[in-house]
Design a protein around this ligand. Structure first.
Ligand code: CTP
Length: 405
């Protein structure tokens, strides 16, 4: 604990007064705690109170302090192992989501490459406003852990969701993250992990295409998890609406043949190869450079489709010694039977199977419910967020590589 550094950012919400107890409790347990307050936060809690509880200076301004050579937003984020923003008002969420850095706290957020937790607290209408929800979603997709506010009577006397989460929930989330970081950090150092994600898009003409509902969330979450575990990560992605994860090399592709080419190239020296993409099984036999016109005298039209390469099967057939290969299977019935057949047919070491009909699993969700199939065992996992599942998959692959699974 002595070497575990927690940076806490406090914004101007009435719930700010509660953070004194959090700072005090973490500090009494032996964690090093430093605090950044926004100008509005200092109106609720004087810095002196937090300085006394944390035994450190409290930072409120880019330019204050006796040590002028110290650049606080850089020095503090380098020092921190985790960064927790609590309470987070709507304004800081908006600034974080758009990258505005106009004060110390928002600059520190922009400079931070450590895990970030955020506990929002605000009026229910501000919380439910689509702008706030969109900002929170953006932050979740960047890997931030959001500690949801609770419902109840709020300080403004409105009733609804917006009350700062229970302090013990916030404290446990911070400590869990530190413990996880301790055990996972550098687990994949010097390993190359190649992941495919998203759909492939097979064009008919400049306007129409054949594709599927994949959003890429699961593949991107695995990439984030691998990067945090110290791996050298390559993400081969079909067209999606997601941000590139920090510290990951992204290779954008459109159709299955481009994805196959990129996966072949990158997997040659890879330790772990993961096919999380939803590859279109077929493409149009004939494609057109100009928009196809509809012919008015016909009510139906037939297209001939040809099979796309099975990328996973060809990676399985050409697996390098020591390389671990993971496939995915999306099923709507007979999950275990169909998935096991795919594991064997495509020569995978691990297959992650989910049933599209299970709540919390599949396309577009932030969670997944899967079974992990190894050559001689099956493990049914409960609902996990997609990044947690990414960690589980990567740890299983590590054990397989070590011959322990
Ligand atoms: N896959 C692939 N190339 C394809 C089709 C699928 O590499 N042309 C990979 C997927 O990325 C996934 C696994 O194979 O890792 C299983 O994909 P899935 O769509 O579940 O199965 P299919 O093999 O396409 O079989 P089916 O459509 O009959 O279920």
């Amino acid at each position: 604990m002595e070497n575990r550094n927690i940076l806490i950012g406090i914004t101007g919400s009435i719930a700010a007064y509660k953070i004194c107890s959090l700072v005090s409790s973490l500090s009494k347990q032996g964690y090093n705690v430093k605090v950044i307050e926004t100008k509005h936060a200092t109106a609720f809690i004087p810095p002196l109170t937090l300085a006394a509880l944390s035994h450190h200076d409290v930072y409120t301004d880019e330019f204050n302090g006796e040590n002028e050579a110290l650049i606080p937003h850089i020095a503090l984020t380098k020092w921190a192992d985790v960064f927790c923003i609590a309470p987070a008002d709507a304004n800081i969420l908006a600034k974080a989501a758009t990258g505005i850095a106009d004060d110390l706290l928002s600059s520190a957020i922009l400079a931070c490459n450590k895990p970030i937790l955020v506990a929002p607290a605000m009026n229910v209408h501000m919380y439910e406003n689509p702008a706030t929800q969109a900002n929170l979603n953006t932050l979740r997709l960047r890997g931030w852990q959001v500690i949801e506010p609770e419902s109840g009577v709020l300080a403004c006397q409105d009733t609804g969701k917006g009350r700062l989460a229970d302090l013990t929930t916030i404290e446990h989330a911070i400590i869990n993250l530190l413990e996880q970081q301790n055990s996972d950090q550098d687990l994949l150092a010097n390993k190359k992990v190649v992941i495919s994600a998203g759909p492939t898009v097979e064009s008919l003409d400049p306007v129409r295409f054949l594709s599927n509902h994949s959003t890429g969330k699961q593949g991107y979450a695995i990439a984030r998890a691998a990067q945090k575990m110290g791996a050298d990560v390559v993400l081969v992605s079909g067209p999606v609406h997601l941000e590139k994860p920090q510290g990951v090399r992204l290779i954008p592709v459109v159709d299955a043949r481009q994805m196959e080419e990129a996966m072949k190239q990158e997997s040659g020296d890879a330790d772990f190869v993961i096919m999380a993409a939803a590859v279109a099984d077929f493409r149009f036999k004939e494609t057109f450079d100009q928009k196809m016109k509809k012919e008015n005298d016909r009510d139906t039209i037939t297209f001939e489709l040809v099979k796309n390469p099975d990328i996973l099967a060809s990676l399985g057939a050409n697996k390098k010694p020591g390389q671990v290969l993971c496939g995915f299977a999306m099923e709507t019935e007979n999950l275990d039977h169909n998935a096991r057949a795919k594991l064997e047919k495509k020569n995978c070491d691990l297959l992650v199977a989910n049933n599209l009909n299970t709540e919390g699993a599949g396309f577009g969700t932030d969670t997944n419910v899967v079974s992990l199939l190894l050559k001689d065992s099956t493990q049914h996992l409960g609902m996990q967020n997609k990044e947690e599942l990414g960690r589980t998959i990567l740890k299983t692959m590590l054990q397989l590589q070590k011959g322990q699974a």
